[in-house]
Design a protein around this ligand. Structure first.
Ligand code: 3PG
Length: 383
């Protein structure tokens, strides 16, 4: 396969005074007006700083949430702690145009949630052209939304010379290591929804040496083997899992943490001890211990999805496994979403080789090696 060259912000000549439309992913969790997790914002700052140092005039677009109901105002407030930044509550107004036009060299403004207008997610060409009208050049550093063919991600590249930001370049540099792995290579797959995880499973069954499966995905394997899973959640899927086990690469938990009844009381059980009233909520300690020699031998570890029922507060095994990974020499790459949030909470990001900021984008890149937002930059004819 021909190597795609991804032009980055560092390839842009004469940034001084240039108007840059910068697409970032500030889709962060907000509770009661406060940002719960800032990783995506923090990881976008180097590109903003690079452009500021070069004295560009920077108009930032981002989405937050699925629709128009969330506001980026708390993000602007957070960023104002490190830089001078304006905020425009509606990018479809004369005021927005006037503020963008009046930006000084090195000036930054953040425009409100792109999904104020549903033409954004429809990749509407006129809307993409409108977004493009705020700049002379387009920089996309919103890795986490690269799997969406939206106006600010794909459509806009028809109208402006387009480049990737520093975060996207870093994400691709690290995640591509999983596509041409060093061996022994351990792939860890957790979370739920076999439907979305199956492409990853199939791909990594081919290139990884071992695949450890946790989370709800493991329940499906137990269920198909005829193991009692009690009231545990089992996903609905339309493919056969047992043939996958025959390849000898899959490692499943040998013990689990179960909840019995409605209370939060839990106990550790061997698979043979699970009762019809139990529900599996996490992987057991013996399983984590048994993974130790595999972790020690591995040259590459790639992990996507918590291995316990994280939404329900069961993160003990995920934390134990993360800690174990920080103690081995392997290159360690953590896919985004909930696993990345746990890494941030524990403050262990520096002890891992790379933590991705993407959720769906990371999954798609790992299973496909491609993302619509990357393709659009590479194919841009305006450069
Ligand atoms: C994400 O959180 O995965 C990205 O910000 C994309 O958001 P979306 O799933 O709402 O398009």
């Amino acid at each position: 396969m021909k190597q795609q060259i991804l032009p980055t912000v560092k390839d842009i000549k004469n940034l001084k005074g240039k108007r840059v439309v910068l697409r970032l992913d500030f889709n962060v969790p907000i509770k009661n007006g406060r940002i719960v997790e800032t990783m995506r914002i923090d990881r976008a700052i180097p590109t903003i700083e690079y452009l500021r140092k070069k004295k560009a005039r920077i108009v930032i677009f981002s989405h937050i949430g699925k629709d128009a109901t969330s506001s980026l105002k708390p993000v602007a407030q957070y960023l104002s702690g490190t830089m001078n930044i304006g905020f425009v509550p509606d990018f479809r107004t004369e005021e927005a145009r006037a503020i963008a036009d009046g930006l000084p060299e090195g000036g930054v403004v953040l425009f409100e949630n792109l999904r104020l207008d549903d033409l954004e997610t429809k990749n509407d060409p006129a809307f993409a052209k409108y977004l493009a009208s705020f700049g002379e050049v387009y920089v996309n550093d919103a890795f986490a939304v690269l799997h969406r063919a939206h106006a600010s991600v794909v459509g806009i590249t028809k109208y402006l010379p387009s480049y990737a930001g520093l975060l996207i370049a870093d994400e691709i540099k690290h995640l591509s290591l999983a596509l041409k792995p060093k061996h022994p290579f351990l792939f860890i797959l957790g979370g739920a929804k076999f439907e979305t995880k199956m492409p990853l499973m199939k791909k990594f069954m081919k290139i990884a040496d071992k695949v450890f499966v946790g989370g709800i995905l493991a329940n499906d394997f137990f269920h198909d083997q005829g193991i009692e899973v009690g009231k545990s959640f089992v996903d609905k899927y339309s493919f056969k899992l047992l043939p996958l086990l025959k390849k000898g690469k899959i490692i499943l938990p040998t013990d689990v943490i179960v909840k019995n009844g409605d209370g939060n009381k839990t106990s550790v059980k061997k698979l043979s001890e699970i009762l019809s009233g139990d529900s599996i909520v996490d992987v057991g300690p013996e399983t984590i211990k048994n993974l130790s020699p595999i972790l020690k031998k591995a040259k590459l570890i790639v992990w996507n999805g918590p291995i316990g029922f994280y939404e329900g507060g069961f993160d003990r095994a995920t934390i134990a496994l993360l800690k174990a990974i920080t103690e081995v020499k392997a290159t360690s790459i953590i896919g985004g979403g909930d696993t990345a949030v746990i890494v941030e909470k524990l403050g262990v990001a520096k002890k891992l080789s790379f933590v991705s900021t993407g959720g769906g984008a990371t999954l798609d890149y790992l299973s496909d090696g491609k993302l619509p937002g990357i393709e659009a930059i590479v194919k841009c004819k305006k450069r």
